[in-house]
Design a protein around this ligand. Structure first.
Ligand code: AOF
Ligand code: ZN
Length: 335
């Protein structure tokens, strides 16, 4: 049974999602206002980066006294700082709300809205559908707390986890439909990241506005198709520190973050994918699985690594979505 608070918080999250793809690097936020009799009188959401916050959007639709004694629902702690807009808490206090229900506390260190509301004598309930609120803004949380882009790694494998034969043949493991889905997915990220190995082996075009190639020794030719379009940042040993003789991936991600890249879609072979995973730099995996079995243990695996002798040492992911695409299966999981 869901409570009333949960019902309205769900609505906040639904409204927040309307800002998806338009508010980055800000969080997605939705807001619902009930008047003192408990009637839903206004809704709002954060529509675009730099625009009004959800609470302001919802409250400004009401007459000055219409929310007095009422309840405001919002999936993220209302802000208390002057950013691109004035503090939402000031408006909430001014409009004399009686109660504020919050999904999650803001991870932005500038924000301390809950204590401001409590000081003003407003009742505050926090943590309603907190897990859903955190899942919604997982990119924002990663950016704010780690100062790193959110990383999603894509892989396309046979049912026995192979991405190519031993001599590198990989075209194609998954169906046309899956590959079309990948083209669509790329648009949801600020950057596609790949390795020199992939560029040299497959010569992919990887259409996108911003691409990053990890190419320690400058082996990739500028005549490769990937250079035909979009901006490209090539990480080499000249501009990136090394770790165990390889480019330090975390440094590359830090550099990308400083360039305003908040999310990265990694498409590469088993070597780099394995390194990303081992360094705990992957937030999510999108795995396409084709109904094919290579049946050859010399085939290339999707995640290379060293000997692991105990299953208890395996990375344990959390699947949050599965979908059939053409004849393949797409599994999305949190690492
Ligand atoms: C809210 N509601 O709808 C959003 C919030 O630069 P600004 O003024 O847009 O402030 C951005 C910060 O404000 C952002 O990092 C986050 O902490 C908070 N965003 N807060 O109460 C909203 N978008
Ligand atoms: Zn605000």
């Amino acid at each position: 049974m869901q409570t009333n608070d949960e019902k309205y918080m769900k609505e906040c999250i639904r409204l927040a999602l309307k800002g998806c793809g338009k508010v980055s690097p800000n969080p997605m936020v939705g807001c619902v206002v009930l008047d003192r009799s408990g009637k839903l009188v206004s809704k709002g959401y954060h529509k675009k980066y730099g625009g009004n916050h959800a609470e302001r959007d919802a409250l400004l639709k009401l007459k000055n006294n219409e929310a007095e004694g009422g309840t405001l629902y919002v999936n993220l702690e209302p802000c208390s700082h002057y950013g691109k807009t004035p503090p939402c808490v000031d408006l909430i206090i001014e409009r004399k709300l009686k109660r504020v229900v919050v999904g999650m506390k803001d991870v932005n260190p500038k924000v301390d809205g809950i204590s401001r509301l409590l000081d003003a004598g407003i009742d505050v309930t926090t943590g309603v559908l907190e897990e859903d609120a955190k899942f919604l803004n997982r990119v924002f949380i990663k950016n704010m707390t780690k100062k790193l882009p959110y990383v999603v790694l894509k892989t396309a494998t046979t049912m026995d986890g192979k991405i190519a034969t031993a001599n590198g043949d990989s075209k194609w493991i998954t169906s046309n439909e899956s590959r079309a889905e990948v083209y669509k997915m790329r648009k949801n990220f600020d950057c596609i990241l790949t390795s020199s190995n992939t560029v040299i082996a497959d010569n992919p075009k990887m259409e996108h506005c911003f691409k990053c190639i990890l190419d320690k020794s400058g082996r990739v030719s500028e005549k490769s198709k990937i250079f035909e379009q979009g901006k490209i940042y090539v990480a080499t040993k000249e501009n990136t520190p090394l770790k165990n003789g390889e480019l330090d991936i975390k440094s590359v991600l830090k550099t990308l973050y400083k360039k305003g890249i908040y999310s990265v879609f990694v498409e590469c072979g088993g070597t780099l994918a394995g390194a990303f995973l081992k360094e705990n730099l992957v937030d999510e995996i999108y795995q396409f699985i084709a109904p094919k079995i290579l049946n050859d243990n010399s085939g290339k695996s999707c995640f290379d690594g060293d000997d692991v002798t105990k299953i208890s040492k395996a990375k344990h992911l959390k699947i949050y979505e599965t979908k059939q695409i053409g004849e393949d299966l797409l599994i999305k999981s949190l690492v």
